[in-house]
Design a protein around this ligand. Structure first.
Ligand code: ZN
Length: 388
């Protein structure tokens, strides 16, 4: 069943629907659960957890082998931690977890054309899986989105619409067009969220079901954070793990509506006026799932932190020196760690997992732009561009 998060009206899962008549988003109820003993021999993708995805066995998966990304050992600021390399999903971002499950459902519904708005990564991901499923895709992105993401969307054969202004302007333009075409928003779809849960299942399985103390993620729309909380909650409920990791949500200081709502003890997230940030992927002024985000943070005894853009760029560099090239949005999560350790929030012995969400290759134009503006004499000279 699809159940309204607000008025609790229930809808069957066998026909297309993206929200309740009352205007609220839908949640997927009564999905099943896998047992760890059954996983041996299953594919090394998120489909190994199919029982928990709300997709029947008889429905063919639209898949490129997404998920089951490495959980790699690394050292940042002198401390060991684990990096979940989710930018190694097929389109270069963790969004493939949601797209694969959502597009699988759309195909089973017989949906022939969809519309999506995104800062870029979700649009590219949904365009890829729509192409695979033979579904026409219309993708709205901000004019300012990274060139790599826009090129990707076009190469997947989607109709790309660039909207001037903010991320919110892009959402509004898509919203207006959604009266004619099925709205496939990743921020609304319960199936997209079901796909996000698999990040929690993987971290748990790759840790031999001995969950870490902290899982640190960047937060904009909050799909990954809400999905992690649901996923770890599923595992706790089924008795597969014994403790819930603390979830740390990190936002850009230039767009921090979740941080403010959390500080003020609110139960939902009011809109904020965002300023430009290098973390384009999380520049969301008002997340649709505000309540779920705050529940995930409080329910896991988690925290919200914000980071300034210069710290984000420092993390892009620090990860690069570990052989890991991510986009600035993905570097937001690790850039909060040093302050959290200094506060005593993260103890030296704590086991920390940081999810790295998007590949640096998508945002190479922004990386070049940033360092060219900083050191014009160095750019293009073949000299190292970093400051250290
Ligand atoms: Zn409703």
């Amino acid at each position: 069943m699809l159940v309204c998060a607000s008025c609790k009206t229930a809808f069957p899962v066998d026909r297309p629907r993206w929200r309740c008549e009352c205007g609220s988003y839908l949640v997927l109820s009564a999905s099943g659960m896998f047992s760890p003993g059954d996983l041996a021999g299953r594919p090394a993708s998120l489909w190994r957890y199919r029982e928990a995805l709300g997709i029947e066995d008889s429905t063919p998966a639209v898949t490129l082998g997404e998920g089951f990304t490495p959980l790699a050992d690394a050292t940042l600021d002198g401390f060991p931690l684990k990096l979940k390399l989710d930018f190694l999903c097929p389109t270069g971002s963790y969004k493939d977890r949601g797209s694969a499950v959502m597009i699988t459902r759309f195909k089973s519904w017989g949906v022939s054309e969809i519309l999506e708005d995104s800062s870029g990564n979700a649009g590219a991901s949904i365009a890829a899986y729509a192409a695979l499923a033979g579904i026409r895709a219309n993708i709205y992105i901000p004019q300012s989105a990274s060139a790599g993401k826009a090129a990707q969307i076009s190469m997947y054969g989607a109709r790309l619409v660039k909207v001037p202004g903010t991320r919110a302007d892009t959402a509004r333009a898509a919203w207006n067009a959604a009266s004619d075409i099925f709205y496939a928003s990743h921020n609304w779809s319960p199936y997209f969220l079901a796909g996000m849960k698999t990040a929690a299942y993987e971290i748990a399985e790759q840790s031999a079901w001995n969950t870490p103390d902290w899982v640190v993620v960047p937060v904009g729309g909050g799909g990954l954070l809400a999905g992690l909380y649901l996923g770890f909650s599923d595992l706790l409920k089924a008795g597969i793990i014994r403790s819930m990791p603390r979830l740390a949500a990190v936002q850009s200081a230039n767009c921090d509506p979740v941080y403010r709502a959390w500080l003020q003890g609110l139960s939902d997230v009011p809109g904020a006026e965002p300023k430009p940030t290098a973390a384009e992927g999380i520049a969301v002024a008002q997340p649709v799932r505000g309540k779920a985000i705050l529940e995930a943070i409080r329910g896991s005894n988690g925290v919200v932190r914000t980071v300034a853009d210069d710290l984000i760029w420092d993390s892009v560099e620090a990860l690069g020196r570990q052989g890991v090239y991510v986009e600035p949005t993905a570097a937001v999560a690790p850039s909060a760690l040093a302050a959290m350790r200094k506060e005593g929030l993260i103890a030296a012995a704590d086991r920390v997992v940081v999810i790295l969400t998007g590949s640096g290759l998508k945002a190479t134009d922004k990386v070049v732009e940033h360092y060219a503006a900083q050191e014009p004499a160095m750019a293009g000279s073949g000299a190292p561009m970093h400051r250290v």
